[in-house]
Design a protein around this ligand. Structure first.
Ligand SMILES: Cc1cc2nc3c(=O)[nH]c(=O)nc-3n(C[C@H](O)[C@H](O)[C@H](O)COP(=O)(O)O)c2cc1C
Length: 400
């Protein structure tokens, strides 16, 4: 994966949103340095970005102590991202004009150059701006489509900076080497669910959500558009992934069913409660002095329902967290629920599986011998699972 990104902030009203993009890129593991145009510093101070990145922010060409900062940064960068990109900077970059730090570094950079334009709709529609964007693309730069929505001017039009999460996802899709799931929509469930007994008590399990979050990140890194339906966890959202937060198994089921249509791959890594209380008490249950018997009903089997309703081109992956006869249960689950893949893990071992940072799994599919993935970080396991899915989808060969 690309490691170093230079983010160039230019003088548009959306400059403040670049702070969120920078933070998201850093969270996703990129090493980020920021440079700003003089006009950009009127919208946001360099101190904001210096504090976020813990590195000085370059704003001028050749200060006496660093005369070749543009060349150094252009060499250091594995990619340059201009966010927001003004009409002015797009036009200068298209023409090779190099009259300040940002444009000179863009001119000196041999790495991928990514532009995320944001401007007034009439500026964006201006034929000169469109010509310059076409030229940049012809020169190999990537230019993101602006969003249509409420502009700073108070009316709707095309030119708005897309949401930071969409920007991060787009940057990932442009830069990561893996494209095994390029253009695919992947829906992942993660974490535990809460089955409420009353407004303040619930049944749950110790799932941390880490496996599902790692799968969402790994799918994103292979170019997929990812939605993560997550029960309550202590984890940070995955940059570039759309997060849908739910609590109960019923909410998780609804969130998944609502999005099944658009998904090419559905990975059910959540530890969904099998049993819950059908009618939770509307008020806190009072201590009565006597024992309390709970009547639990079976919750909806999300993955089985998804598999039953799936289109032939959709690929459905289930997880089997078992404490005994892991392989046997996994095979049964594969057949009974008509899944395309079951990832089985033995949660009886204390140090792996539930809640831990590591895992060891076996991947079962109907047509191939089981693939054992020995103990590794959940991130590494997730990458292996995503590659296995891509292979089964025919996106990559067995040798990749
Ligand atoms: C309040 C204000 C908001 C602006 N917003 C934008 C914008 O969103 N997009 C844009 O292309 N230019 C915008 N401009 C114009 C640019 O700041 C101007 O073209 C400037 O020369 C850009 O400099 P730079 O590209 O070196 O940062 C805005 C100007 C002002 C005063």
């Amino acid at each position: 994966m690309t490691k170093h990104i230079v983010v160039a902030v230019t003088g548009g009203i959306a400059a403040y949103k670049a702070a969120t993009v920078v933070r998201d890129l850093m969270k996703a593991g990129w090493d980020v340095r920021v440079m700003m145009t003089a006009q950009a510093t009127k919208f946001v101070t360099p101190l904001t970005f210096a504090t976020l990145t813990d590195h000085a922010v370059a704003t001028t060409l050749g200060p006496a102590d660093q005369p070749l900062v543009h060349v150094e940064l252009a060499r250091w960068a594995d990619a340059m991202v201009v966010v927001p990109a003004t009409a002015n900077v797009l036009s200068k970059a298209a023409w090779g004009i190099a009259d300040d730090l940002v444009t000179t570094t863009l001119c000196a950079a041999a790495c991928p150059r990514l532009f995320i334009p944001a401007m007034n709709d009439q500026m964006y529609a201006n034929p000169a701006v469109q010509r310059n964007i076409t030229q940049l693309r012809a020169d190999g730069a990537r230019v993101m489509e602006p969003a249509t929505g409420l502009l700073a001017e108070g009316y709707a039009g095309k030119g708005r900076l897309p949401a930071p999460a969409e920007i991060s996802a787009w940057i990932h899709r442009q830069l990561v080497h893996g494209t095994a799931l390029a253009g695919k929509h992947v829906l992942v469930t993660a974490g535990p669910t809460r089955e409420y007994l009353d407004p303040v008590r619930y049944l749950t399990n110790p799932s941390s959500g880490r496996m599902g979050y790692a799968l969402a990140a790994a799918a994103r890194d292979q170019g997929a558009v990812v939605t993560l339906v997550s029960g309550p966890t202590a984890l940070d959202p995955v940059p570039g992934v759309t997060l849908v937060a739910v609590q109960t198994s019923a909410e998780m089921a609804q969130a998944v069913f609502d999005r099944q249509e658009q998904a090419d791959v559905i990975i059910a890594a959540a530890a969904v409660a099998d049993y819950g209380v059908e009618h939770p008490a509307p008020e806190k249950i009072k201590k009565s002095g006597a024992d309390l018997t709970l009547h639990l009903h079976q919750t909806k089997d999300i993955i089985a329902t998804v598999a039953k309703n799936k289109r032939p081109d959709q690929y459905v992956v289930g997880f089997a967290a078992e404490t005994t006869a892991v392989a046997e249960h996994a095979r049964t689950k594969l057949q009974k629920k008509q899944l395309d893949m079951v990832v089985a893990n033995d949660v009886s071992e204390q140090e792996i599986g539930f809640g831990s940072r590591e895992n060891a799994v076996t991947i079962f599919t109907p047509d191939k011998a089981p693939q054992e993935v020995t103990r590794a970080s959940k991130h590494a396991i997730a990458t292996t699972i995503i590659q296995a899915i891509a292979r089964h989808l025919g996106q990559v060969s067995d040798h990749q």
